[in-house]
Design a protein around this ligand. Structure first.
Ligand SMILES: NC(=O)c1ccc[n+]([C@@H]2O[C@H](COP(=O)([O-])OP(=O)(O)OC[C@H]3O[C@@H](n4cnc5c(N)ncnc54)[C@H](O)[C@@H]3O)[C@@H](O)[C@H]2O)c1
Length: 347
């Protein structure tokens, strides 16, 4: 029996590279697409070339293609030639803040690139499960309208709400240009699931993190703040008194969930995906955690919060846990932070 074959877009990125490793470890052949556009978005610090080189050097069944997902014809030819068993689509312009200054590129990559992949998948591998990395930014700033309570170091939901589930409206709120381009892709993925009956899963990520992130100020919050604390680089807290909350999930737990989706796919299903309440942390709490580990962050406070930024976002994981009972996130917050520190102190 030949090995199963996956196409993974954004294979040099945080989630893409982790998916490459997890699938390769599980015996898959993997074709990865990444044109290092992250470097174009964020400059040299954002390059994912070293990660790609490492995949090429260490994984014998990994094949890299320097392909741009905006290149419709090339994507069609690739899917026609490879006819993969599984598609994981993570390539993106991933920054909420960056998108406003590069709206064409943001939309062409996030919406147009996703469309190219969906149509190619429909035409050449319609049975192949297809995982799309959407974002909690599709909910725009609607989470900010939930009643909140302010604690000493964090905001939290009032009325005992555990987290945000998939029933929250994505309509009629402020999204950012990035949030809107991801809404387009998210809805189109749902449509290919429902209209064409394709096994497409839409995963609305909270804070996805891990040591492999080529973190920059505009994307990769947890790794970036840890690196600032280690290196002494000043960090700027932007608004909300530093009490804004995010739930963190390790990239390997994301990749293992995608494998579960491969085993039990559904058509056009949407999932909120993050670390959940137990892996949630505010900026002030992150600063305390790092200080406790011996890394004192130098920081300034800017009262202006990022446009449309969430005050408190914690994913309700009930649906994902119900549909995939075999899946359990394995890395808690201290383990995630330790791993990031280890990776960067060792450099
Ligand atoms: N990291 C997070 O906190 C987070 C949160 C929610 C959603 N997401 C989503 O998850 C996905 C993966 O995020 P990530 O953190 O791994 O991002 P990343 O920036 O680390 O990886 C994306 C990769 O895609 C590549 N890429 C960009 N444009 C491309 C193009 N046109 N053609 C080919 N490759 C291209 C980049 O070079 C980069 O290596 C994205 O869709 C992102 O929107 C991420």
């Amino acid at each position: 029996m030949p090995n199963k074959k996956a196409i993974i877009t954004g294979s040099g990125g945080l989630i893409g590279s982790e998916c490459v490793r997890v699938l390769h470890d599980s015996g898959w052949d993997v074709v990865g697409l990444d044109n290092d556009m992250r470097r174009q978005f964020f400059g040299e610090a954002g390059t994912t070339r070293p990660v790609v080189q490492d995949l090429r050097d260490t994984l014998p069944r990994y094949r890299h293609l320097d392909l741009d997902i905006r290149d419709r014809q090339a994507i069609r030819e690739l899917f026609e030639a490879e006819r993969p068993d599984f598609v994981i689509h993570t390539a993106a312009q991933p920054s909420h803040d960056k998108a406003a200054s590069i709206p064409y590129e943001d939309f062409d990559v996030n919406a147009g690139g996703t469309m190219n992949l969906l149509v190619a998948a429909r035409d050449y591998c319609p049975e192949a499960p297809f995982c799309f990395t959407s974002t909690n930014k599709v909910y725009g700033d609607r989470p900010n309208f939930l009643p909140l309570v302010e604690h000493e170091k964090r905001y939290d939901y009032a009325n005992g709400l555990d987290g945000i589930d998939e029933t929250m409206s994505i309509d009629a709120c402020l999204h950012s240009v990035f949030g809107a381009s991801k809404v387009a892709a998210d809805i189109m993925c749902q449509e290919f699931g429902r209209y064409f009956n394709m096994p497409v899963g839409i995963f609305r990520g909270g804070c996805l993190t891990g040591p492999q992130h080529a973190a920059v100020e505009l994307h990769g919050y947890l790794t970036y703040i840890v690196v600032c604390a280690i290196t002494g680089k000043p960090y700027i807290i932007r608004g909300y008194k530093g009490k804004q909350v995010r739930d963190q999930i390790h990239s390997r737990d994301v990749a293992s969930l995608f494998l579960e989706f491969y085993r039990q796919p559904r058509c056009g299903e949407v999932y909120n995906l993050g670390g959940g309440r137990s892996n949630s942390i505010s900026i002030l709490e992150t600063i305390d955690l790092l200080a406790g580990l011996g890394f004192k962050l130098q920081y300034d406070y800017d009262e202006t919060h990022r446009t449309g930024d969430h005050i408190c976002y914690i994913s309700d994981l009930t649906k994902v846990r119900t549909h995939f009972p075999a899946w359990k996130p394995e890395r808690d917050l201290p383990a995630i932070v330790d791993e990031i520190i280890l990776q960067h102190v060792g450099r």
